[in-house]
Design a binder for this molecule. Structure first.
Ligand SMILES: Cc1cc2nc3c(=O)[nH]c(=O)nc-3n(C[C@H](O)[C@H](O)[C@H](O)COP(=O)(O)O)c2cc1C
Length: 192
């Protein structure tokens, strides 16, 4: 798909079918993440793909367990794709997505967070190209800051000096795929 058209088509999807994505597609999405721009060319981020709906659900529950809504600047995201920001009763931050990718970055590196989110952006665009729905989700840090989370990091051999920065949810949209939202006016200018 033409790139700008693809960017306009990509939406954050928060209702997923049970259908799993293929391993081949997950590999392409992860590869796209590894090609993201990265501070100083250090290629520091680590991406872990979880193609296991049960495990994704388990991590999704940890993702909202300590969610502090008081730190949000707004409280409403989308009528057609309600988010956890809109629904305080939700039990998982991953909306039933059967697959997730977790982006880890170095704890004490200045550009750790932007590095991780650049990866995530590349990944959601690749997913869109493959016809796979996605959503970037935050709160990586607190998701693994508990016994269950720490055990997973040990099992995956994540280095001690790394921390989860964000998630990319992956799957197939349940129901109608939402249309693009109109852009707010006057958000850019070109100075000649
Ligand atoms: C830094 C960042 C953090 C985000 N965190 C969450 C999140 O925790 N949960 C969620 O449902 N969506 C999250 N999103 C997705 C945004 O809510 C979404 O991009 C926004 O509402 C615009 O909608 P669209 O992606 O469909 O265009 C996040 C997006 C970004 C860039």
């Amino acid at each position: 798909m033409e790139l700008l058209k693809l960017m306009k088509r990509r939406r954050s999807i928060r209702k997923y079918q049970d259908r799993q994505i293929s391993r081949e597609d997950m590999e392409k999405i992860i590869e796209a993440g590894t090609y993201a721009p990265n501070a100083g060319g250090g290629q520091r981020s680590i991406i872990v793909g979880v193609r296991n709906a049960e495990l994704a659900e388990k991590i999704g529950r940890l993702n909202v367990a300590r969610f502090d809504r008081s730190r949000l600047s707004g409280s409403y995201v989308s009528a057609d794709q309600p988010s956890i920001i809109d629904d305080p009763t939700i039990k998982s931050g991953f909306y039933g997505a059967p697959a997730i990718c977790i982006v880890f970055a170095m704890k004490n590196f200045l550009y750790s967070i932007p590095d991780a989110f650049c990866c995530a952006e590349n990944m959601v665009l690749m997913a869109t190209e493959l016809g796979i729905s996605s959503c970037i989700v935050a709160r990586g840090e607190e998701t693994f800051d508990n016994e269950i989370g720490a055990a997973l990091l040990r099992e995956w051999n994540i280095p001690e000096n790394y921390i989860a920065r964000c998630f990319v949810l992956l799957g197939y949209c349940e129901g109608e795929y939402p249309k693009g939202k109109p852009r707010k006016a006057q958000r850019s200018k070109i100075i000649e």
